[in-house]
Design a protein around this ligand. Structure first.
Ligand code: ATP
Ligand code: MG
Length: 494
């Protein structure tokens, strides 16, 4: 028999009805209120012909009604497709079509985008949040349980290495992701988790899922504002916060001599590599940073480093969360310690596969192990160090060059704001690294190459450095190294 869990929000509202579920701009909602709202909305969404296993696209901001709608879809056992609002209408349309969404629920702020999507996809029904709220409620069956294998959400990868892939995330994936995190961080009855990361990313959505599983409050933030957030941390209103490094930089910049309250117990840092100077500043200021490594396919973090190891293991992403496992694979075998190879992971939080991508499924899943496409190594104690993406590796005269390492050196130059490194074809070495930078002050190519010579082995030093006005990034603001060379032909040089 397939394992199941109780209807999560119904059970949570039964266990702790009066506990605060959401705090947003002075409004607050208990779990019971959240459940009643979600149930009512489920009846309204059902009147738009949505039922069990139907797929619904959502184009929503970090607002309480997004919580209501996501939970309403779960009450219907419909699948939510999370759209990143920085995507272009045609990128959104691809995700809606690929996932077979029959309805799109969008903020009315995005009406113009919705109209464009409708032109490309006339059979798609699109409604605003207000439209949903004013529907007549239909009587719907109460789902008492969710199968752990049932698909809860479809979330597309950021599209850094290629076209975004639709990741099927089951209730079991979310349950185990939340459990793995709790076994590491612990749960406290008075925990409140600040969510300033977007709900359409797994970093944000996993906060919503943990909240209903743990019964903790979510401080929901629509607009990231470093001063306001520091205030919540200094006064002890929140105990945990998820951040990416760009957010943390901004917060530390304005923190000055203040310290975060001692109730604040975890700054969960993820999404990409953590720069060393940032970690060192956090140690100085007594900020408990937990670095983490994860992806859409692992339903949030799968490897996490605790603060007690953060200096001793500077730059490591930590150890796998119980009960996940991790291996490094090189040349088809498990690699020795300190030997780079592809990071492969296994665990109940890992996706059951990509939607409509048989090729990627065949390539990336093997005997329960998922190939992440990232390269890293483990040390003798089993701590993981993430080096780079496999597809971005530069091989020059038989030597491996990791663009992230070269970019880190470029970024340590006080006048360089952004850096991207990629391989260019070379008749002698096959590939050589080229660097692309955004600077604060004018710098000569020779000066930068000279600077690199102090920090990098000769073969890793970019053969050419180009100053550009902006680096190519995707809707998640991630650097698209595969598009750097286009800057040369597109005339994006300064
Ligand atoms: P796509 O799979 O479409 O190319 P993506 O991999 O950027 O997009 P996400 O799932 O949002 O999509 O991002 C996960 C990736 O982010 C990881 O596979 C890894 O490359 C990178 N990443 C996450 N955490 C870390 C970390 N701590 N250090 C280095 N890289 C990280
Ligand atoms: Mg990926």
């Amino acid at each position: 028999m397939e394992s199941s869990i109780p209807n999560l929000l119904k059970q949570r509202a039964f266990l702790t009805p009066n506990r605060e579920a959401i705090v947003f701009n002075g409004e607050s909602y208990s779990f019971l209120e959240l459940y009643l709202q979600a149930k009512e909305l489920a009846g309204k969404i059902a009147s738009l012909h949505v039922g069990q296993e139907d797929t619904v696209g959502i184009l929503l901001k970090n607002r309480p009604h997004t919580f209501f709608i996501i939970h309403a879809l779960q009450q219907l056992r419909a699948r939510a497709v999370f759209l990143n609002h920085r995507l272009t209408p045609s990128e959104m349309e691809f995700q809606l079509k690929d996932s077979g969404a029959k309805l799109l629920i969008a903020e009315s702020d995005f009406n113009a985008v919705t109209d464009e999507i409708k032109v490309m996809h006339p059979s798609l029904e699109a409604v605003s949040v207000e439209d949903v709220f004013t529907q007549k409620e239909k009587l719907i069956p109460q789902h008492e349980e969710y199968g752990l294998q049932d698909v809860c959400s479809i979330m597309y990868t950021s599209g850094t290495t290629g076209k975004p892939k639709g990741v099927l995330q089951t209730y079991g994936n979310h349950w185990w992701s939340a459990t793995g995190s709790a076994l590491n961080l612990g749960i406290r009855g008075d925990d409140s988790w600040l969510c300033a990361v977007p709900l359409f990313h797994i970093s944000g959505f996993s906060i919503l899922m943990r909240s209903v599983i743990y019964g903790n409050t979510v401080y929901l933030i629509e607009q990231f504002h470093e001063e306001n957030i520091n205030e919540l941390l200094v006064t002890g209103k929140v105990t945990i916060m998820s951040v990416v490094s760009a957010m943390l930089y901004r917060m530390l910049d304005v923190l000055k001599e203040r310290r975060y309250h001692n109730r604040f117990r975890c700054m969960l840092l993820g999404g990409g590599p953590a720069p060393r100077p940032l970690l060192e500043t956090c140690v100085e200021k007594g900020i408990p940073v937990f670095q983490s490594y994860g992806m859409t396919e692992t339903s949030s973090q799968i490897v996490t480093l605790s603060p007690e190891d953060s200096l001793r293991k500077l730059g490591s992403a930590g150890k796998p969360l119980f009960p996940s496992q991790l291996k490094i694979k090189a040349d088809g075998e498990e690699a020795e310690v300190h030997t780079p190879g592809e990071i492969i992971v296994k665990g109940p939080n890992v996706t059951i596969g990509y939607l409509n991508r048989e090729d990627a499924n065949k390539e990336n899943f093997n005997n329960g192990w998922f190939s992440t496409g990232d390269i890293g190594y483990v040390d003798e104690e089993g701590f993981l160090y993430v080096m780079d993406r496999r597809s971005d590796l530069i091989i020059s005269g038989g030597e491996n060059i990791y663009p992230a390492e070269v970019e880190e050196v470029l970024l340590s130059h006080p006048d360089i704001l952004e850096a991207g490194v990629t391989g260019a074809k070379d008749p002698v070495w096959e590939q050589v690294p080229y660097g692309f930078i955004v600077t604060k002050a004018s710098l000569s190519e020779e000066d930068i190459i000279e600077f690199c010579q102090k920090h990098l082995a000769k073969y890793k030093i970019p053969k050419r450095i180009f100053s550009v006005s902006a680096l190519p990034r995707n809707a998640s603001n991630k650097l698209l190294r595969r598009k750097l060379m286009d800057l040369l032909s597109e005339g994006g040089l300064e």
